[in-house]
Design a protein around this ligand. Sequence first.
Ligand code: ACO
Length: 326
Amino acid sequence: MIRSKIISTGSFLPSKVLSNAELSTMVDTSDEWITERTGIKERRIADVNKTTSDLAYEASKKALKNAGLKASDISLIIVATISGDMPFPATACLVQKKLNAKNAAAFDVNAACSGFIYALSIADSFIRSGVHKKILVIGTEILSRFTDWKDRSTCVLFGDGAGAVLLEGHKGKSGILSTHLYSDGNLWDLIQIPAGGSLKPASLDTVNNRLHTISMKGNETFKFAVKTLGSLVDKTLEHNKLSPSQLTLLIPHQANHRIIQAVASRIGLSMDKVMMNIQKCGNTSAASIPIALDDANRAGKIKKGDYILLEAFGGGLTWASALIRW
Ligand code: ACO
C-alpha cells in the first residue's frame, strides 16, 4: 500500500514585526485586550515589494533543500491561499516559474484557513493513486494587503507568512493516515472579502466603502469553530482507532488561543502537546498550519512514528483535519 509521507518542511516569515503596542497607536485597542482575547502578541508584515508567491518561493526553497531535492523533481505544486498575487493566473504557476520547476503542473486551492489541509488531502489522493510521485504543497498569505486597518475587530488578528511541505509516495507505516474535509456554504458571509469578484466587481464605490478587505462576524465564527472543531477531532481519532493520549502533537490552525484551548480541553490533551505559535504569527490563514508544522519539526518536537493531528477552520465556511504518522 502506497502512503504519502511528508519528507520535509520549510517556512518563511517576513522580518518586519508589527506589535500589539504599535497597533494600539493605529486603532482603539490594547496589548491587554489582544493578548487576552486572541493570544497574539505580534504578527509579521511583508515588504511592500514582495508578493504572496515570493513568500511561497522562500518557504519552498527551504523545503526542497531540507529534502535534498531539485525543483525539477516535483511533478505538482498546490498552493493554498486566499491572498494570491492576482485573481489569475494561479499563484502556484508563479511559484512554479520562480522555482523553475519545469516538470510541475500547478494550481491553487481556496478553502481559507482550511486550505492547507484541503491541498494536503488532494496531494495525498494523487500520490496514493500513483499519478504523482513528489508534490510540493504550500500555504501562503499576505493578509496585510487585505486588512482594513481601521477595523479593530479584524486588523489585530491577521499576519503574513508561508509554509511548505514535500510529499512523496512510499510503502511503509508512516504517512498521511486520513484526511477529513467539510464545508457549509450557507455560512459564506461569516468571513469574506465582499468585493473584487463577479458579485461586486471593483469600482469606485467598492473602494470607497472598503469592500476589498476582510470582513468577519467574529463572535459567531468563534462559537461555530469551538463546536465544530471538537467533534472534528473526535471523528478523526475514532476513524484511526486512536485515543487522545496516543497523540504526540495537535497542530491546530492558529486563529485564537481560546479556540485552541477549548479543543484541547475537550479531548483532555495537555497544552504541552499542542503546537502554538499564534503569539508571534497571528492568524496567517492557509499558511498557519505549515508554518506551525515546520516550527515543530525544527524544534525537534516530532519523531518518526509519532501521531500528529492537524485541524483547521475558516471562511467558506470550511473545516478539515488530517492524521499523520511521522
Ligand atoms: N480591541 C478592543 N476591543 C475590541 C477589539 C479590539 N481589537 N475588537 C473588538 N473589540 C470589542 C468589541 O467592539 C466588543 O465591544 P462591545 O462589547 O462594547 O460591543 C467586545 O470587544 C467584544 O467583541 P466580540 O467580537 O464579541 O469579541 P470576541 O470575544 O468574540 O473576540 C475575536 C473577537 C477575537 C475576533 C473572536 O471572536 C475570534 O477569534 N473569532 C474567530 C476568528 C476565526 O477563527 N476566524 C476563522 C479564520 S479567519 C479566515 O478564514 C480568513
